[in-house]
Design a protein around this ligand. Structure first.
Ligand SMILES: Cc1ncc(COP(=O)(O)O)c(C=O)c1O
Length: 452
C-alpha cells in the first residue's frame, strides 16, 4: 500500500514521479551551502538533491520532489531502498549486538553470508570467503591472496577498468581524471592490456571477437611473462569504464589461458554481481568459473559489505591473521546481506533484471535510430548503457551526454554517466522498479533527447 508518510522509505512509498520545485530546490540548495562549509570538495555529486526517503523505484528529496531512480546508488539498492527483509533483519540484529569484531569473537551471520557466497557464486568447487567494508578493499585483498598463493607479483588489468580508489586499486584503475590525477606514486607490478571493447576495437566488433584474446595473451607473454603473473583481474562487464560487454568467447578464453598458466583469474563483480545482469553473476552468462570473485555494492541492500570468494586452496593459503580488519563483515551489514539475498531469491531478481533489459533495449535502439549520436546501445539485464559520439564517428561526445543527463535530472529522472571519455549514459534501476516507472523514465529520456 502506498503511503503518504514521507518520513518512511521502502517499497510502501508512492511509486510516482512528482516534481514540485526546480531541481535542486531551495531546501536542497540550503543544505548544499552547509555541505560546502563542512564537507571536502573532493567529493563530487551527480545530482545535489538531498534525500529524505527512498524505496522501490523512487527517491524523495528535501523539497518534496519524487524522482525516478535509474541509478540505485551506483548499482547498490538492487532490492530497493529499505527493502522489507533488509529492514527486518537489520532491526533484529541491531537490537541484539552491533559489533564484536569477527577477529575477536565470531558470530553466525558472518558464516552464513560466506555460506551463501559459496552457494551463489559460479562453480561448485570448495570455496572460502572473507568479508570487508568496500569494493576497493575486496579487490586489494583478492590481489594480496593471489600473490601469496602463487608466490608471484604481477597483476594484469585492462584498459577502461575501475577497481577503486585505494593506492593499489587506483593503480589498477585506468582513468586518470578524476581518479588518479595528482594522487601518485602508484603501486608497481600492475600491467595494463587493451580491453575487448567491440565498439572501439580497431576494425570493429567482428575484429574484436576474432583478435582480442590473442592480442591480450600475446602482450602478457611478451611484456610480463605468464610465469610472473599472480592474477588477471577483469570486470566481466565493465562498470565505470562504460558498461563494455566483451564479445562471446572472450571471458571463457581468458579463463582458460589463466588456468593453463597457473594464474589466478579474478572476476571483479562488484558492479555486475547479485542479479544485476540477469544472472546471479555476469560470469554465469557464459558459465565462466573464476578462481576468485569480488563482490560488494548490491550484496547488502545498501549496507557497507564486500566479499572475496575463491577456491579453498587459494584462500586458505594465507596464514591466520594475514587477512581482516576491524569492521569487515560487521554483524549488521551481514544481517542486511542475508535479508537482501533472501529477497533476490524469493522475488527472482535475475528474472526481474532480464525483464528490465527486455523493456529497455528495444526502446534505446529506437532512440539510436532517431539520434545518430547514439553510437552504441549495450549491456545485459538491468546494466544497460548508451554511448554518445559525434554522428558517424567514434569521437566521444561528453558534452551532449552531460546535457541529456542534466535534462533528465531536471525532469525528475536520476541517471548516471560513465566511461573513460564521460560519454556514456548508464542505467541501473533498482530491480524491483515497476514497469510503469521504468517506461516513464524511458519517456523522460526520449524527451531529453528531443530537447537537444
Ligand atoms: C567493478 C568495481 N570494482 C571496484 C569498485 C570499488 O568499490 P567501492 O567503491 O565500494 O570501493 C567499484 C565501484 O564502483 C566497481 O564498480
Amino acid at each position: 500500500m502506498a503511503t503518504t508518510d514521507t518520513t518512511k522509505g521502502g517499497p510502501g512509498l508512492a511509486q510516482q514521479r512528482h516534481i514540485v520545485t526546480e531541481i535542486p530546490g531551495p531546501a536542497s540548495r540550503e543544505l548544499f551551502e552547509r555541505r560546502q562549509r563542512s564537507v571536502a570538495k573532493g567529493l563530487g555529486h551527480v545530482l545535489p538533491v538531498f534525500v529524505t526517503a527512498a524505496g522501490g523505484g523512487v527517491v524523495l528529496d528535501a523539497d518534496g520532489n519524487s524522482l525516478i531512480d535509474f541509478g540505485s546508488g551506483i548499482a547498490v539498492t538492487s532490492v530497493g531502498n529499505s527493502a522489507e527483509l533488509v529492514v527486518e533483519r537489520v532491526t533484529e540484529q541491531v537490537e541484539r549486538f552491533t559489533h564484536t569484531c569477527f577477529m575477536v569473537a565470531p558470530y553466525e551471520g558472518y558464516v552464513q553470508v560466506c555460506e551463501e557466497l559459496a552457494r551463489l557464486t559460479p562453480g561448485d568447487h570448495d570455496k572460502r570467503s572473507a568479508l570487508f567494508n568496500s569494493g576497493a578493499e575486496a579487490v586489494e585483498n583478492a590481489v594480496k591472496i593471489a600473490r601469496y598463493a602463487t608466490g608471484r607479483t604481477a597483476v594484469v588489468v585492462f584498459d577502461h577498468a575501475y577497481h577503486g580508489r585505494t593506492n593499489l586499486t587506483m593503480s589498477m584503475t585506468a582513468k586518470n581524471m578524476p581518479y588518479k590525477q595528482g594522487f601518485g606514486p602508484f603501486a608497481n607490478e600492475v600491467y595494463r592490456v587493451p580491453m575487448a571493447y567491440p565498439f572501439r576495437w580497431p576494425g570493429g566488433p567482428a575484429a574484436c571477437q576474432a583478435e582480442a584474446l590473442d592480442v591480450i595473451t600475446g602482450l602478457i607473454h611478451a611484456q610480463v611473462g605468464e610465469q610472473n603473473v599472480a592474477a588477471v583481474v577483469i570486470e566481466p562487464i565493465l562498470g565505470e569504464g562504460g558498461f563494455v560487454v566483451p564479445p562471446d568467447g572472450f571471458l571463457p578464453g581468458l579463463a582458460a589461458f589463466c588456468k593453463e598458466n597457473g594464474i589466478v583469474f579474478i572476476a571483479d563483480e562488484i558492479q555486475s554481481g547479485f542479479c544485476r545482469t540477469g544472472d546471479w553473476f555476469a560470469c554465469d552468462h557464459e558459465r565462466v568459473v573464476p578462481d576468485m570473485i569480488t563482490t560488494a555494492k548490491g550484496i547488502a541492500g545498501g549496507f557497507p559489505l564486500a566479499g572475496v570468494t575463491g577456491r579453498a586452496e587459494i584462500m586458505d593459503a594465507v596464514h591466520a591473521g594475514g587477512l581482516g580488519g576491524t569492521f569487515g563483515g560487521n554483524p549488521v551489514a551481514c544481517a542486511a546481506a542475508i535479508g537482501a539475498m533472501e529477497t533476490m531469491g524469493k522475488e527472482d531478481l535475475p528474472a526481474a533484471a532480464r525483464r528490465i533489459g527486455d523493456i529497455m533495449l528495444p526502446r534505446l535502439r529506437k532512440l539510436a535510430e532517431a539520434y545518430p549520436g547514439v553510437g552504441d546501445v549495450r549491456g545485459r539485464g538491468a546494466m544497460i548503457a548508451i554511448e554518445l559520439v559525434k554522428p558517424g564517428t567514434l569521437v566521444p561526445d561528453p558534452e551532449t551526454t552531460a546535457k541529456v543527463a542534466k535534462a533528465c535530472h531536471q525532469a525528475g529522472l536520476l541517471v548516471l554517466t560513465c566511461g573513460t571519455y564521460g560519454n556514456v549514459l548508464r542505467f541501473l534501476p533498482p530491480l524491483v522498479i515497476s514497469e510503469a516507472l521504468l517506461t516513464e523514465g524511458l519517456s523522460v529520456l526520449d524527451d531529453a533527447f528531443a530537447q537537444l
